[in-house]
Design a protein. Structure first.
Length: 229
């Protein structure tokens, strides 16, 4: 598939009209076509244990404006000392597995199910899902994965085995996206880590308006990036 985004909604209802907690749809299969349509209209899957697959467009959406992106002096020193190297799309599956297995403060289990990994592996093979890998020598020590659809990068999850490799992945990702002319990225929910970088919530309507603006200038940016750096 070569489309940068889906032109019309075929499977999903309007994200403007949702059920409780921003649920747009239930039990829709995470095929490549459905994922492309969902992200094209600001919708994303979020599995919940014991429930059919839920798809969301929440009333408050987390975004990171690159003009407000902040890296502390302490973190910059840590990154210089760590001397990480980086790549795009060198080992997408391993990054997703790392995110699946990462321990989260105050959480048990994971929303990254095996079904979701298989779905995003297909989405990656189709050219829409991407991973940043962080290396120390030959060892993968951290990374993040996300989706690039409709001119917007949506960061999904990150992990680290060596601190601060996950934060290093964010910095590398943002610097690349800025270099390609992007001005912001979708983070869906504002976590403690993304808040440190300057992430904030905006309304769903504001997010959807941003998404429509990005569609008008959407272009492929990843083929040239998918190399070791």
């Amino acid at each position: 598939m070569s489309e940068l985004y889906a032109l019309k909604r075929k499977t999903f209802p309007s994200p403007l009209y949702t059920l409780d907690a921003g649920i747009v749809a239930v039990s829709v299969e995470p095929t490549v076509e459905n994922l492309l349509e969902a992200y094209s209209f600001g919708i994303f899957p979020w599995p919940h244990e014991g429930m059919p697959l839920l798809w969301f467009c929440p009333d408050q959406r987390g975004v990171l404006d690159f003009s407000e992106f902040h890296v502390s002096k302490k973190l910059r020193k840590e990154l210089q000392k760590a001397a990480f190297t980086y790549s795009w799309d060198r080992n997408f599956s391993q990054v997703m597995r790392g995110c699946q297995q990462a321990a989260r403060a105050g959480e048990s289990g994971t929303w990254i199910t095996d079904e979701l990994i298989e779905a995003y592996e297909r989405f990656h093979a189709a050219g829409y899902a991407h991973s940043v890998e962080v290396w120390q020598g030959a060892d993968l020590v951290g990374g993040l994965y996300g989706v690039y659809v409709a001119g917007v990068f949506s960061a999904e999850s990150m992990f680290f085995k060596v601190s601060p490799a996950s934060k290093a992945a964010v910095v590398f990702c943002v610097e690349f996206l800025k270099g390609e002319g992007l001005e912001w990225m979708d983070v869906q929910m504002v976590s403690a880590v993304s808040k440190q970088f300057g992430a904030k919530y905006i309304s769903k309507n504001d997010f959807l308006r941003r998404l429509e603006r990005e569609k008008k200038k959407a272009r492929a940016i990843f083929p040239a990036a998918s190399q070791k750096r």
